[in-house]
Design a protein around this ligand. Sequence first.
Ligand code: MG
Length: 384
Amino acid sequence: MTVPKQFYGLAGAPVLVHTVRAVSQVAEVGDIVLVVPGEHCGWAEELVAEYSLDKVRGVVAGGRRRQDSVQAGLETVPPSTGLVVVHDGVRPCITPELIGRCIAVARDTGAAMAAVPVKDTLKSVSRDHRVTGTVDREPLWQAQTPQVVRADLLRQAFVEANRLGVTCTDEAALLELIGVFMTVVPGSEKNIKITRPDDLRLAEAFMDKNRADFSPCALRVGHGFDVHRLVEGRSLVLGGVSIPHSLGLLGHSDADVLTHALCDALLGAMGQGDIGRHFPDTDDKYRGINSLYLLEKVVSLASAEGFALVNADITVMAERPRLSGYIPEMEKRLAAVCRVAPEVINCKATTTEKLGFVGREEGIAAQAVVLLVQEKKGGQGVSG
Ligand code: MG
């Protein structure tokens, strides 16, 4: 038993699942009926459950010809249905937007289909492979799906096709039997039909590009938290800015607690552990080091992994001194190291109302949250 192409794996899910997901996103689409080869109905039903394809109301066994399959699907459509959208299960790169445009035009005209103008030069060729002429391609378009039709028109067309006993290769041709001509909606070259193994690779490239635009997988959030003890005889450095104060923070480095929280958030978003793993305090080379240097190392690591900083939000908790006046300078210095505009970094300071170790001025704490976006490796070269 050969596997039909709609069940081939593509970008982590069967081709049919991608197609149904795209169709499901169209608000105007109420119910979806899947028409598949009879012996694979069970498989399709399993996919519907496994991938929570909630709009699918039924799985129907198809027929020998395309039109037999469409007719089998149409027979399950309730009489009250206005428009029927017919779409090939093996066109997984369809966008909800294109389906929506076809529906909008069909509302006005009764029937509309996606198609693209023919771009290659067309030759008419004799049986012995001699060119007999060049076909004017100006009026020629290649039919795609979706093809959207008023349900009553499609039913009439089937009655006529069955009466005449003719075979039609698409719904547009069926409608022509009853004198109805579809309106063409400019489709997309990416709306390919999977017919050969190479088409799967092409579809994957198209889908990768689409996914990178909105995929949650490309966004990474990170959180950092740090505390340092306040002592005499140390300078106070926060966000790379030296702040005059009677106490300073204790630590192996300059103990810039705010910058440490930011480093930890960045490393966390990358899934790269924490600052202690990258810059151990047992290593003498980090003794007394300016923490902006550590941040620079972390930012370089992020950039090597294809991450860019979307934004960072940092809160420093200190009872004294008042920090608000230093915040613009902190944001400017951190932004420069992160190679972003200052508005990307937001710093704020709070006291803890004299409560806890911060309130007793035993230490200063900082928290940071960052959002990183990862540019996808590969997938370039496919223009969108
Ligand atoms: Mg620290």
